[in-house]
Write a protein that binds this ligand. Structure first.
Ligand code: TRP
Length: 325
């Protein structure tokens, strides 16, 4: 089986945009590849964070992954900082990475302009750490969102530089765009659903039914003058209805829309109930995990142990190649 790695940053609650956009795809990959799923806690400390709450946040992200169906029997689920070879390999790769390549990274430029008071070296080096995450396990398959493609290109630049300098060791990696669906913000449907747009723009996996109803009922539908084309907000609600498996309601409401008899309140009611129904099993699993945090800590420790074993072996090979052993 080919080796797969992907990561998610522990920044707050996972929402349906993350779930439908990327994480849901991870579930099927578990049977096709040797999967490594990582909570990228070292990446998230490159922007401001609260150290007092950080362990909870990391654990919560791991529990969300388990609740949606990441199966530790099939996949290695671990926390990045628990496998120290990630930072070690990052340093080695730093010596191969031209500064000019990092200066081109659009995510760095965006984040640097958003966090002007904290443009730290880690933020700049972020893509090299990501390359280390991937190549530490000699992963070949890396499912990510579109916004991460540039980082994967850099990873392949590092692969080529490494192979040229030290002899062939790595295969170039294959980015798998795992963008299932682009879910838009409920309050600002021209933009992607995102934590940065506030709690009302998203449905968190853990939102209670009442909260889901309230947020969907107040979702933006049409803004500006009426036009014939379906507005971004309405389209988003229809998309969600389909993605949450309400096929019949989707058909019925689409005809109503075509006949110009659709009531948005009906669309919203159907959608809210579909979301509630689909999230229910996830929420139940999450509740059980929350009551059993020790078990989650153990799963992560086991994951780190498994990952660490592979990492430890590979890092020795890398050090030999580099003349460090
Ligand atoms: N940077 C990725 C993101 O924000 C998360 C990540 C960290 C990652 N390391 C990775 C993704 C390695 C894929 C492979 O989405």
């Amino acid at each position: 089986m080919k080796i797969l790695l992907s990561g998610i940053q522990p920044t707050g609650e996972i929402h349906i945009g993350n779930y439908l956009g990327a994480l849901k795809n991870w579930l099927e990959l578990q049977d096709k590849y040797q999967c490594h799923f990582m909570v990228a806690d070292l990446h998230s400390i490159t922007i401001d964070y609260n150290p007092a709450e950080y362990q909870e946040t990391i654990l919560n992200t791991a529990m969300d992954l388990l609740a949606i169906g990441i199966d530790p029997k099939k996949s290695i689920l671990f926390v990045q900082s628990q496998v120290p070879q990630h930072t070690e390999l990052c340093w080695y790769f730093n010596t191969l990475t031209p500064i000019a390549e990092l200066e081109r990274m659009t995510q760095f430029k965006d984040k640097a302009s958003q966090h002007k008071e904290n443009i730290n070296t880690g933020l700049f080096d972020y893509p090299v750490l990501q390359a280390a995450d991937i190549l530490l396990y000699k992963s070949e398959v890396v499912p990510v969102g579109q916004d991460q493609l540039q980082h994967l290109e850099l990873t392949n630049t590092i692969v080529r530089k490494f192979n040229n300098k030290f002899g062939k060791y790595y295969e170039e990696i294959k980015p798998v765009i795992s963008e299932g669906a682009k879910i838009m913000s409920l309050t600002n449907p021209e933009k992607k659903m995102s934590k940065s747009l506030g709690a009302n723009n998203l449905i968190a996996l853990s939102d209670e039914p009442e909260v889901i109803r309230k947020k969907i009922m107040s979702a933006v539908t049409d803004t500006g003058p009426a036009s014939d084309a379906m507005s971004a907000g309405v389209k988003n609600l229809f998309d969600l209805l389909k993605l949450f498996n309400a096929t019949l309601a989707h058909q019925k409401l689409t005809s109503a829309y075509d006949n110009k008899t659709l009531k948005y309140s009906e669309l919203k009611t159907e959608l809210a109930e579909a979301i509630i129904k689909n999230l229910q099993p996830i929420q139940e699993r999450k509740k059980k995990l929350l009551q059993n945090k020790k078990q989650v800590v153990k799963i992560l420790a086991d994951g780190a142990k498994k990952a660490g074993k592979i990492a430890g072996k590979n890092i020795l090979e890398i050090k030999k190649k580099m003349g460090l052993l």
